[in-house]
Design a protein around this ligand. Structure first.
Ligand SMILES: [Zn+2]
Ligand SMILES: [Zn+2]
Length: 476
């Protein structure tokens, strides 16, 4: 099957077009990572899981992906938390960085190619800020801050469609601030005594958040990248400011070919956020529902749409994933038991056509700007076909094809379907019980044979009788 051409949307130009990276087959992706001051919640997991799927799918299409996700390890919230706990900012940052990547790993998110920490790039940030001052795009203030001069960058507002005049009208320069104009933003912030600081030409201080991403991208990926991702809430001001800083510094446009923004996770229509206290920790929901259920839930809406969180939605996601896994294991067990056969009945031919159609729809969905909800519904179809073949004892070969397809799609989307390796002894033990039960059935000792079946079911081992044959599989 030839795979359909990938189409990708770009927030800035508002178009969806054939994906064309700068230097194929290489694809450079930067996704804004966490500010590490607290535990990761489901709102953080959504972009991480989505871009993990983007990466896996691009690789399926033959691209070589270089994915950078940064860690913001110096920021006001980190400093505040360190003060509250009476520990160093480094201790807070390290603790929550570790927690973040553990949480993402528990969801099957692969580690990015590189994970730079902002504080490892401070010298580079200072050099870029100096360059911006030289080029007339930034100015130091008397208090030791350095600001970007938004009026020096005529394209400002192109990504977020925000007009500078509106910004100016809605804000004012607070007394004591060193800005010339309210829309200017900090590239460098002077530190108060006792706060973490780095030496700079403007006195001790720390970088602003926006310049961190611009500099790490320049340093690790160069002046132009293929995909820049992040949550919808980063469009303004973060990404708008990244464009201004980077393009003003390099003189090269566009800085980013495709801006991909992931909708927010909401609770009762409101953004899931630490500050609103309406968040659910990744660790907690994974313990409660399992990693695959959370992943199913996160991929159930189109990435540009908001995704409403609820425990009911997670429950149905869990049931949905379990139905896929159980169809997969059942079809595999049926093929093992029945053995290969090349005969195809009329019904088989019909199901084979349905399977081909579902495969086509899966790839069309994924290639249409990563339409995961449609891809999941194609998986529903493959799964229904697989269990029907097994339950109606249709073509074992077709059961095999459906199972291979299902396993492949689930793995491609980053689900974990590997059965925990079953010890060979356990395998033989189950075979023994199945044989004993078959003997009981031949003697019409139904009570005992039913009891064996239900006791095994309690252990997650499912038995299904087909005439005098018994198919079994492990369901977890
Ligand atoms: Zn960023
Ligand atoms: Zn310039």
């Amino acid at each position: 099957m030839t795979l359909p051409t990938l189409k990708v949307s770009d927030t800035l130009r508002g178009v969806k077009e054939d994906f064309s990276p700068i230097d194929p087959p290489n694809v450079k992706i930067y996704v804004c990572g966490p500010t590490v001051y607290d535990v990761a919640h489901v709102g953080h997991a959504r972009p991480a899981v989505f871009f993990d799927v983007v990466r896996r799918y691009l690789e399926r299409l033959g691209y070589r992906v270089f994915l950078v996700t940064n860690v913001t390890d110096i920021e006001d919230k980190i400093i505040r938390r360190a003060k509250e706990e009476g520990v160093s900012f480094r201790e807070i940052a390290d603790r929550y960085e570790r927690e973040y990547f553990e949480a993402m790993a528990s969801l099957g998110v692969m580690l990015p190619t590189v994970v730079p920490r902002a504080t490892d790039y401070i010298d580079d940030m200072i050099r870029v800020i100096e360059g911006l001052i030289e080029k007339g795009h930034a100015y130091p203030a008397e208090n030791g801050d350095v600001y970007f001069d938004v009026s020096s960058f005529p394209d400002y507002g192109r990504l977020s469609k925000i007009k500078i005049e509106e910004l100016v009208a809605g804000a004012r320069v607070e007394p004591g601030e060193g800005k010339r104009s309210p829309e200017d933003f900090a590239l460098w912030k002077a530190s108060a005594p006792g706060e973490p600081s780095w030496p700079s030409p403007w006195g001790p201080g720390r970088p602003g958040w926006h310049i961190e991403c611009s500099v790490m991208i320049l340093k690790l990926l160069g002046p132009q990248i293929d995909i820049h991702g992040g949550g919808q809430d980063l469009v303004f001001p973060h990404h708008e400011n990244e464009i201004a800083q980077t393009e003003a510094y390099t003189g090269i446009s566009p800085f980013v070919r495709y801006w991909m923004h992931v909708g927010l996770v909401t609770v009762g229509g409101e953004k899931m956020a630490k500050s609103l206290r309406n968040y659910f920790e990744v660790k907690v929901v994974v313990e409660e529902f399992g990693s695959n259920a959370v992943r199913t839930f996160l991929l159930s809406a189109h990435y540009r749409s908001p995704l409403e969180f609820s425990l009911d939605a997670l429950k149905s996601a869990k049931a949905r994933f379990e139905s896929w896994r159980s169809a997969l294991l059942r079809a595999e067990a049926y093929l093992r038991e029945a053995g290969p056969s090349h005969e195809l009945s009329e019904e088989d031919l019909k199901l084979r056509a349905e399977l081909q159609d579902a495969k086509k729809r899966f790839y069309e969905a994924m290639s249409d700007d990563f339409d995961t909800p449609k891809a999941l519904s194609a998986i529903d179809n493959v799964s229904a076909i697989a269990s029907r073949i097994a339950s109606e004892s249709l073509s074992p070969n077709l059961a095999g094809e459906a199972a291979v397809t299902l396993r492949d799609y689930l793995q491609l989307l980053g689900f974990s379907v590997a059965e925990e390796a079953m010890p060979a002894d356990l395998n033989r033990l189950v075979e023994l019980l199945v044989d004993v039960r078959a003997a009981l059935r031949r003697k019409k000792m139904w009570d005992l044979s039913d009891e064996i079946r239900s006791r095994l079911a309690e252990l997650g081992i499912r038995l299904e009788d087909k005439g005098d044959q018994t198919v079994w599989w492990i369901e977890r």
